[in-house]
Ligand binder design. Structure first.
Ligand SMILES: Nc1ncnc2c1ncn2[C@@H]1O[C@H](COP(=O)(O)OP(=O)(O)OP(=O)(O)O)[C@@H](O)[C@H]1O
Ligand SMILES: [Mg+2]
Length: 275
């Protein structure tokens, strides 16, 4: 398998954006392993395939999404860490963006150093720094998607300040119910505290659904009963194809567009497109 071609030169638009707006999304769930990075990469790629210009910002020190599209962290000149920690006069956001030639979106790569950025930014109360740095480039994109880590941190706050729409992926397992409730409460708090009055949940998507499991069915029933209006009416099945896609540095929507998970993520992208 050939390595994906990466373009690390200054990102010039591959094509003009499709709309005259920029929509800002955050993929959020306080539970680790709930499918956030898989979901972010999949709907980013799908929106890109639909002709939109899409940027994903990887705001996770694990940099799962960045590594998952074939970027080797050690070979990167700059990452989101450098953008958050340097003034614009030294480094422009554009200089850290990687155009993925084998995929239909650009990425502001994650970094293990984000773990060090967090306490420094918290101490300096720089909760608007991501918003300021993305403002340099975001009018060139139809969609900017923030992928966040599973555990609560100040980095989440940076994403909350920036993003107006939240996508909540959750594993199809009733034992994860509380984390969905907490995630939705945290969005409500962002609005109530005035951190970002525009923020709202756009969709809940059930991932890693295993047919015939009582824990999966119970989760789906409860989500339908309590948050039916937000729930995407198609689940993402747990399948080995998703893992396989990651092994080949691609979201499932690029690797196997006719697979069930790709179709579910297409529904999510269409749902987002409708606004
Ligand atoms: N539909 C699926 N079928 C099979 N495996 C899946 C599916 N969706 C996600 N996974 C796997 O589940 C694991 C967790 O997914 P992912 O990394 O997207 O979660 P996450 O919420 O981003 O995790 P973290 O909180 O650590 O950032 C990964 O190993 C991923 O490959
Ligand atoms: Mg992740």
């Amino acid at each position: 398998m050939a390595q994906p071609q990466l373009e690390e030169e200054k990102a010039t638009p591959r094509h003009p954006k499709k709309t005259n707006t920029t929509r800002r999304l955050q993929t959020l769930n306080r539970k680790g392993g709930s499918g956030k990075s898989t979901t972010s990469g999949s709907y980013a790629e799908e929106l890109g395939r639909m002709g939109y210009r899409v940027l994903v910002a990887d705001l996770d020190a694990n940099a799962t999404l960045t590594k998952g599209v074939g970027i080797r962290l050690g070979e990167l000149k700059y990452s989101i860490y450098d953008i958050l920690m340097s003034p614009r006069t030294l480094l422009e956001t554009r200089d850290a963006i990687v155009q993925l030639k084998h995929l239909n979106f650009d990425i502001l790569p994650g970094s293990e150093n984000l773990a060090f950025a967090e306490p420094a930014l918290l101490m300096a109360r720089r909760q608007r720094v991501l918003q300021e740095r993305l403002a340099e480039v975001d009018d060139e994109y139809d969609f900017v998607i923030i992928d966040t880590a599973g555990h609560e941190s100040f980095l989440h706050t940076l994403g909350h300040v920036y993003a107006d729409e939240v996508i909540v992926p959750t594993e199809a397992d009733i034992t994860n119910w509380e984390t969905v409730v907490q995630t939705l409460q945290s969005v409500r708090k962002v609005v109530e505290d005035g951190l970002n009055p525009k923020m709202r949940v756009r969709a809940i998507i059930v991932t890693r659904y295993q047919q015939g499991t009582k824990f999966g069915e119970a989760m789906l029933r409860k989500l339908n009963a309590e948050y039916g209006d937000l729930l995407l009416p198609m689940v993402v099945m747990q399948t080995v194809r998703v893992r396989e896609a990651q092994a080949f540095n691609q979201p499932i929507t690029a690797y196997d567009p006719e697979s069930q998970p790709a179709k579910a993520y297409r529904k999510l992208a269409e749902h987002i497109e409708r606004g």
